[in-house]
Design a protein around this ligand. Structure first.
Ligand code: GLU
Length: 448
């Protein structure tokens, strides 16, 4: 059976790093098995969903290189949910309820006050027809609950967490539909997973108790309507936390815009999030097929995955150091060619810094004040400079022979005169880029 995974964001905001991680893992799981990765826009909440967020989600996935094999939208599938609703109502698995949210709050408070878990008491199930008719006559429309089967044990073998067991009687019958007819998340999601043939539901562990409830929905839907469909496998990954080990507000708003602003490569985000929270080391791996081949839900830990910005910066720098010219080229300063990129690349943490280092080549540069002795030394270098395949090594060998200088005394004044800096890219690569006339002019200028 072809693996089908889905990433199902609600378009009520921008993707954050936790969502991105879930999307990536679903994408990798599909790729690893030669399967399909679906984007499902969970936009049944018309109030809070925004088209601009749908566009932003698509753009972010594209920027990250997470290509989707299909896109679905819940708002275009309402008749499917209605059909499932009708079938489950027929099967006795859905019932109307009339409590107001104040009444429900009060019930919960009383239960908690008595030290009881705040489980819905199924008051609506005990209503008589007359009582229901009275509500209807008073113009009170019901909301709808899914009736859990208390006699059926809920269990699944979670690909990350292992065997999970829930007692249905310890869960509230979930509200699946509001009085105005609009849908809550639970039922549409289960309908879609069956209808779209999703084989693997991989999401954050904040959904574990939803899964317990949805497993009964899947079973009921398969029995009532989707005889050919199969229950998906489930995997719930530990949540992403900040470096300090706590769920952080900052991570909740850290997304692609912030990464782009910091000039972080999508590859770095992918390499890091692919393995964070697993037993595999986070490494600067640019080749996605390596990440996909080594992806394994069995290697995911139960402990929260710690996201550290400094680690992302390290991965980013390491990937920039191996980046091809062709890939960097669109973001490089004008005139910077492949040799320039190769000379400068090892000094970069981010591609955007290339422009600063390129200034050492094209100028103008700011030379430091030299001592009289060093002025004489670089002046001598101006005359000693001979252009060749490798002018830097020729120059330093000549200056060493002529002056007896070595080490820092030999190299530093030359570097400073030629670039204005006391550190930077390899001079052997840089000097040919500066060019003969400009190099001689710089040495003469420093000597004057
Ligand atoms: N729209 C849900 C969310 O954003 C999807 C959860 C799921 O993957 O089923 O949490």
């Amino acid at each position: 059976m072809t693996t089908i995974t889905r990433f199902a964001p609600s378009p009520t905001g921008r993707l954050h790093v936790g969502n991105i991680r879930t999307a990536l893992h679903n994408w990798m799981l599909a790729k690893k098995n030669g399967g399909r990765f679906l984007l499902r826009i969970d936009d049944t909440d018309a109030e809070r969903s925004r088209e601009e967020y749908v566009d932003a989600i698509r753009a972010d996935l594209a920027w990250l290189g997470l290509d989707v094999d299909g896109e679905e939208r819940q708002s275009l599938r309402l008749e499917k949910y209605q059909a499932a609703f009708d079938a489950l109502l027929q099967a006795g698995r859905i019932y109307p309820a009339y409590e107001t949210s104040q009444e429900l709050d009060l019930k919960r408070k009383i239960q908690l006050g008595r030290g009881l878990p705040p489980i819905y008491d199924r008051g609506a199930l005990n209503m008589t027809d007359a009582e229901r008719a009275e509500k209807e006559a008073a113009g009170i429309a019901p909301h709808w609950r899914f009736k859990l089967d208390h006699s059926e044990a809920i269990t699944w073998d979670d690909a990350v967490r292992g065997v999970q067991k829930f007692d249905a009687s310890q869960l509230s019958d979930p509200v699946i539909r509001r009085a105005d007819g609009s849908w809550l998340y639970m039922l549409p999601s289960a309908v879609d997973d069956l209808d779209m043939g999703v084989t693997d539901v991989l999401r954050g562990e904040d959904h574990v108790s939803n899964t317990a409830v949805q497993i009964q929905m899947f079973t009921a839907l398969i029995a009532a309507q989707y005889a050919a469909a199969k229950m998906p496998r489930f995997a719930h990954e530990a949540l992403l936390v900040g470096k300090e080990g706590k769920l952080s507000k900052r991570l909740g708003s850290l997304g692609c815009d912030a990464f782009r602003e910091r000039d972080i490569e999508p590859q770095a985000i992918i390499a890091m999030l692919a393995r964070l929270g697993t037993s595999l080391p986070v490494e600067p791996i640019a080749d996605r097929s390596v990440l996909i081949d080594t992806f394994d839900l069995g290697k995911f830990g139960r402990a929260p995955a710690r996201f550290d910005d400094a680690e992302l910066d390290r991965v980013n720098a390491a990937l920039v150091h191996q980046m091809d010219f062709a890939m960097a080229a669109p973001r490089l300063p004008e005139g910077m060619d492949e040799a320039g990129w190769h000379a400068i690349r090892p000094n970069l943490s981010h591609v955007s810094e290339a422009v600063d280092w390129w200034r050492l080549v094209i100028g103008p540069i700011d030379q430091p004040e030299f001592s009289d002795e060093d002025k004489a030394y670089v002046g001598e270098a101006a005359s000693a400079l001979e252009w060749s395949e490798d002018p830097w090594h020729g120059l330093t060998a000549a200056m060493k022979a002529a002056t007896g200088r070595k080490g820092k005394q030999l190299f530093l004044p030359l570097r400073q005169a030629l670039t204005g800096m006391d550190h930077g890219p390899d001079m052997g690569e840089l000097l040919p880029l500066i060019g003969e006339a400009e190099a001689r002019a710089r040495l003469e200028q420093a000597a004057s």
